[in-house]
Design a protein around this ligand. Sequence first.
Ligand code: ZN
Length: 606
Amino acid sequence: MTTPSILYRITPRNPGAHLFEVSCVIASPDSAGQKISLPTWIPGSYMIREFARNIVWLKANANDQEIAVEKIDKATWSCAPVDGPLTITYEVYAWDLSVRAAHLDDTHGFFNGPSVFVMAVGQENEPIEVEILPPNGDRYSDWRVATALRPAHAPPYGFGRYKADNYDELIDHPVEMGTFSLASFEACGVPHDIAITGRHQADLKKLTEDLKAICEYQIKFFGEPAPMDRYVFLTMAVGEGYGGLEHRASTALICSRDDLPRANEKERSDKYRGFLGLASHEYFHTWNVKRIKPAAFMPYDLTKENYTRQLWAFEGITSYYDDLTLLRTGLIDREQYLTLIAETITRVLRGSGRLKQSIADSSFDAWIKYYRQDENAPNSVANYYAKGSLAALALDLTIRAHTEGTKSLDDVMRTLWERHGRLGVGVPEGGIETIAEEIVGKNLSAFFELTVYGVDDLPLKELLAQFGIDFFLRPAEGSADAGGKPGAKKNASSARAVLGAKVSSNGDARLVHVYDNGAAQAAGLSAGDVIIAVDGLKVGGAGLDARIASYSVGETVKAHAFRRDELMEFNVTLKPAPEDTCYLAIASNEDATFTAKREAWFGRKN
Ligand code: ZN
């Protein structure tokens, strides 16, 4: 075995205490004193997470002697100059059950490189090996390893040595260890694995068939060969959870175990379609953001925020294609697709933050706003995922309309891949707009000023009409109404009275969000207040919505609420439920032109 420039060793030293022990041997440390640092954030999740706060202790050794090491900022250590190899040893506390950091207990271990591997400053481009070791003890003898790291000296799915060309690659391959279930399939000749950790009863055959359809569609969409030679879906199944993080040859997913398909299910459930949408989203990122990258991310600066106004495109376009992939591969039908779009429109319309912040500005401020949402977020933050996906939809339909269906957003993505992703050239700010204009052959600045840099609502009703799809808005029928469907109460004689707040759905009636211009805000109620009675009668979270709806719009009710430990009284004049709930339908006056345009967009016959 040759000695790599940098060798890491990671051991789940004490699963019960959630502690990994990591060592890093640097063969040729900086003669002036080697600096090491840990990232403050993980690419794909745009928030400063301060991974160094989970380092419990750290020491440095050389020539069998401990040497001086001094912390010089929150994430950087400086070691005394030494002759010969330098060994850094430290302990990492790993108790974050998410896709972004590290988690270790008796049931499994999971880690992302940025949270566990210190970087040897100045040696970022040196080749690396990492030895992944099992915990001590017979009870862990059936543990295996799932990762897209390339083995240097390790059996398939086994503990042992893995390698990476540089630090950037090392930290882009999360690692799962434990007794996961494993299924494999090929997509366009590329081996794919799905490893599922946690208790579940998933039908792995169904799951791999559906994932294969998604992967093959997207590989062919950008063009063969695929840019990776293998791919791993690392999936944690838990009671309640949802999330994913993209990597160059893998993704880490967390889902509810009920999201996974069961053997006895004939139809795909809504929850399973949600899981497929998540897998499709992260897989599309293999191209869009992992290889087609904003210039601001080339390279990543992991010590601080990396600013770009383009996350709307990298997340929004990816969000647009995640469900469109399910439609184009037949995993959902066109009615289900229209329902999903209408639910997204509804989600966007329910946040007045969209009228104050553009998705370009939301991208820029993701670090302090979108990723750090508080009780006022719906009133102040534009969701660059949801509104970004609608901007992508609007752009796709606009390109199709301008070019009589000869071009589409698909061509923009393929051009981005050819000019940026494939060549490793970052996309400059505004670069996607330039390519779209080139493909349409027209100036689209008015379109982008409105959709990306503006705060007005998108012209979706007009655009969808050109593809034979009618757009409807109605008031929500209750707090669980997510839109997407016409609604049951078509002939309601008058508008439903609402409070203008999101209330916790069980337990106390705690106000989670108080919406701008709603009845609750006008009465002086605040997020965090707990309403205990309406007109002298006790209420809880589950019944408040219905109680308020039993009054008429314009009536004033007396609400008693605790703010902290102080009982307060509010007179709330009820307002009508806003028309913020969308559903879409194939136009009744359908003609062949509409059908053809829509079929081209949906990529399939109706
Ligand atoms: Zn994403």
